[in-house]
Design a protein around this ligand. Structure first.
Ligand code: GLP
Length: 242
């Protein structure tokens, strides 16, 4: 477990973007695991800027997103598919037919989830998984109590998560279920970068890095992984050394 401290949110996010760019340069057909959320916005902004400057290409890459709300069509701007398109995919040279996001409208979610897992395996597995962390320690949408071996599936969202994400829904309650990669799926990635910024993440970061490994804090599962880096700003990382 490596812990990288940065003075500001932007510095941490940009360093993560630069790490992704480095990995893409070393392996142009990189398989990325991607995340959404406020935390990731400056990461994608930096990647788009570096792409426009001719410094990074996604032409050979493919991507699998962590999660999607159940019931939101891709055309809904609040869906994670639409978010990824507008923040990254439509602004860089990635082949969009190789960008995958769980289907929030799948008629048979269990069958779709099995197919999603199979597609990740067929792509050779995820080389680099980008992760945020929820205020309650969730990763993807794996809420407290989720099995560390869980695979992609539909889950119920906690009230605190719905509240945190209501900002994206004009203050209204988001869909109460999501399809998410499981913690087991996430742990299969070869490298994991966790980006956590802001005082609102401080308790979750402390629990994830220094508390007991427990289902009550899903991010503690990452301590069982051999190649995880944490990228923190001054506010989120104030309680941890490294
Ligand atoms: C969200 C997403 C996660 C994200 C986390 C933090 O609900 N499902 O993938 O990493 O919670 O979100 P934010 O960056 O908006 O704080």
């Amino acid at each position: 477990m490596r812990i990288n401290h940065f003075p500001t949110t932007v510095a941490a996010a940009h360093a993560v973007a630069d790490r992704i760019a480095e990995r893409l340069k070393a392996k142009p057909n990189l398989v990325l695991g991607l995340a959404t959320g406020v935390t990731m916005e400056p990461v994608y902004e930096r990647l788009v800027a570096r792409h426009r400057a001719g410094e990074v290409s996604f032409a050979g890459a493919s991507s699998f997103n962590l999660d999607e709300y159940v019931g939101l069509p891709p055309s809904d701007p609040r869906s994670y598919r639409a978010t990824m398109d507008s923040q990254l995919f439509d602004l860089v040279d990635i082949d969009k037919t190789r960008t995958f996001v769980p289907d929030g409208l799948a008629a048979d979610p269990a069958a779709f989830a099995r197919r999603y897992e199979a597609m990740i395996r067929e792509a050779g597995g995820i080389d680099l998984q980008l992760l945020g962390i929820g205020r309650n320690g969730h990763i993807g949408f794996n809420e407290p109590g989720a099995d560390f071996a869980a695979r992609t599936r539909v889950v119920d969202l906690e009230a605190s998560t719905l509240e945190a994400n209501s900002a994206f829904f004009g203050g209204a309650t988001p869909p109460t279920q999501a399809m998410t990669m499981g913690i087991g799926t996430i742990l299969d990635s070869r490298e994991i970068i966790v980006l956590a910024t802001g005082a609102v993440k401080r308790d979750a970061v402390r629990a994830a890095l220094t508390g007991p490994i427990t289902l009550d804090c899903p991010a503690t599962a990452l301590r069982n992984h051999p190649n995880v880096g944490w990228w923190l700003d001054a506010e989120s990382g104030a309680d941890v050394v490294g």
